[in-house]
Write a protein of this length. Structure first.
Length: 144
C-alpha cells in the first residue's frame, strides 16, 4: 500500500488549478516538449508516456501544428482497488505555430518509448545560398 506523506498536497493542487498560479511548485505541462534545429531539419519531441500510438492525432493547418493525444485508464479487474492515481488521464492537446521557413508538406512523425518526434525539413527557400555576380560590362541607359 502507498502512503501519502503530505496531507496538503491535494489542496495545493486544487488551489493551483483554481488560481492558475505559476510558482516554483507548479505542475509540469501534460505534454512537455523540446524543439531544436538539427542540420536541415527542425525537430520537435513531445513526451507522451502511456499513450498508445493509435491515440495520437497530428494536424497541420496553414502553419499551426496541433498534436492531440488521449491517455486512457488501464483496464481494471473487478478485484482491483485504486490506492493512488496521480497520472493524468483524458485528452491532451498542444499547438505550435511553425515558421514560414519550414516545409509542412513533408513532416515525418515517429513514436518510440513514449516520445513523439516530428522532423520538419527546412524549406529550400529558407536555406542560405550563394548569389552569382554577373559580368563586368557596364550598362548604360539612354533616355530620350
Amino acid at each position: 500500500m502507498l502512503m501519502r506523506t503530505d496531507p496538503f498536497r491535494e489542496l495545493d493542487r486544487i488551489a493551483q488549478q483554481v488560481l492558475n498560479t505559476s510558482g516554483t511548485w507548479s505542475r509540469p505541462s501534460a505534454m512537455p516538449m523540446d524543439a531544436y534545429r538539427e542540420g536541415d531539419q527542425y525537430v520537435i519531441a513531445f513526451d507522451l508516456p502511456g499513450v498508445a500510438k493509435e491515440a495520437i492525432d497530428i494536424d497541420v493547418e496553414r502553419n499551426m501544428l496541433t498534436v492531440k493525444a488521449e491517455r486512457r485508464p488501464l483496464p481494471k479487474a473487478d478485484d482491483v482497488q485504486m490506492e493512488l492515481s496521480e497520472r493524468p488521464l483524458g485528452v491532451f492537446s498542444r499547438q505550435v505555430m511553425l515558421a514560414d521557413t519550414l516545409d509542412t508538406e513533408h513532416i515525418d512523425a515517429d513514436y518510440d518509448a513514449g516520445v513523439l518526434t516530428l522532423r520538419i525539413p527546412i524549406a529550400e527557400r529558407a536555406k542560405p545560398r550563394k548569389i552569382a555576380i554577373g559580368g563586368g560590362s557596364a550598362r548604360k541607359e539612354i533616355s530620350g
